[in-house]
Write a protein that binds this ligand. Structure first.
Ligand SMILES: NC(=O)c1nn(CC2CCNCC2)c2c1CCc1cnc(N=C3C=CCC=C3)nc1-2
Length: 332
């Protein structure tokens, strides 16, 4: 495991003859005060923490080494670290500052998003108005565009993974199931002979989220409601899969519920592959047009990011840095 980046603390040391020396030591657990638990994964826990020297607050993801090895997740953890390293410079993506380790655990020192999940606000308000949906949709899309430009597909975008920082701006997180498209031409995660080969990570992930056996053989899925049809039919993710999830999120912000939801995962999957969803009465027409052009079964027929940015729904949005400088609209 190669630690990435390093933060050091300078420790003043007076030796037995009273000579003062300074030791440079890599930051470690002892440099932080750990606070509340922000989230738990199957082999990781995310805690709020404060750097005792700088008083800066972070989220620290603690991964249990023994568990990672036992559950054969080493590849996952490295993919998450490599993905976060690639995505280190965008305001809409949780940043990995550095990692360190001790005999038991690995530690990822990450941005702390104090506002919590976007999902929490949608639930509290019931739904967002067009202005708020436009702002948060634009920030999410800008972050997706950056990810894709770095050859990363998130693969599990959902309102729970869209966090908000202290300025109520978006911070996308949880790249544990992301896919790095090594070759620029490789737009789908399938191997060279064209057969969609479940890679170890996908197979491992499928094993872990309890897919029924008859589906387990060849389907890697994220969270049921936001999974794209191509992941359920030909088992491969592509950049369009993130745009499908984006369409589900825009729908959910305005409707207060995701487009595809049924009694259980299998029935939800059925609705997705049959494109069975309805807009609630009052759903704004211009947003409906956008969603209808994203929730398209054939990923090659979905709007591209450029198309979405110039769609009338996003009229008035100034894309780029300005989007992250402006004040977030008050959620009402
Ligand atoms: N899996 C992760 O990497 C991760 N998980 N969380 C907490 C999860 C809680 C459930 N929904 C998804 C996020 C975080 C991170 C990254 C780093 C990170 C930074 N800030 C927060 N902040 C939170 C504040 C309030 C409630 C939940 C999270 N959380 C995280």
């Amino acid at each position: 495991w190669k630690d990435r980046g390093a933060a050091v603390s300078i420790q003043r040391h007076v030796d037995s003859n009273g000579n003062q020396t300074h030791r440079i030591v890599k930051k470690g657990v002892q440099d932080f005060n750990f606070g509340r638990t922000l989230g738990e994964g199957s082999y990781s826990t995310v805690l709020a923490a404060t750097d005792r020297q700088t008083l800066t607050e972070y989220a620290i993801k603690v991964l249990d080494k023994r568990h990672i090895i036992k559950e054969k997740k080493v590849k996952y953890v490295n993919i998450e670290k490599n993905t976060l390293n690639r995505l280190g410079d965008h305001p809409g993506i949780v940043r990995l500052y550095y990692t360190f380790q001790d005999e038991r655990s690995l530690y990822f020192v990450l941005d702390l998003a104090t506002g919590g999940e976007l999902l929490g606000f949608v639930k509290k308000l019931g739904s967002f108005d067009e202005e708020c949906t436009r702002f948060y949709g634009a920030q999410i899309l800008d972050a997706i565009e950056y990810m894709h430009s770095k050859g990363v597909i998130h693969r599990d975008l959902k309102p729970e993974n869209v966090l908000l920082d202290d300025k109520m701006h978006v911070k996308i997180t949880d790249f544990g199931t992301a896919k790095i498209l090594d070759l620029p031409s490789q737009n789908r995660t399938s191997n060279t002979d064209g057969k969609t080969q479940l890679d170890r990570q996908e197979q491992d992930f499928a094993n872990n989220i309890g897919i029924p056996d008859h589906e387990r053989a060849n389907s890697f899925v994220g969270t049921a409601e936001y999974v794209s049809p191509e992941l359920l039919t030909d088992k491969s993710a592509c950049k369009g899969s993130d745009l499908w999830a984006f369409g589900c999120i825009v729908f959910q912000l305005l409707a207060g519920r995701p487009p595809f939801k049924a009694g259980n995962e299998y029935q939800t999957f059925q609705k997705i592959v049959n494109l069975e969803y309805q807009f609630p009465p009052g759903f704004p027409g211009v947003a409906r047009d956008l969603v209808e052009r994203l929730l398209v079964l054939d990923p090659t027929k979905r709007l591209t990011i450029e198309n979405i940015k110039s769609h009338p729904f996003f009229e008035g949005i100034v894309w780029g840095k300005q989007l992250w400088k402006q004040k977030a609209p008050r959620l009402k």
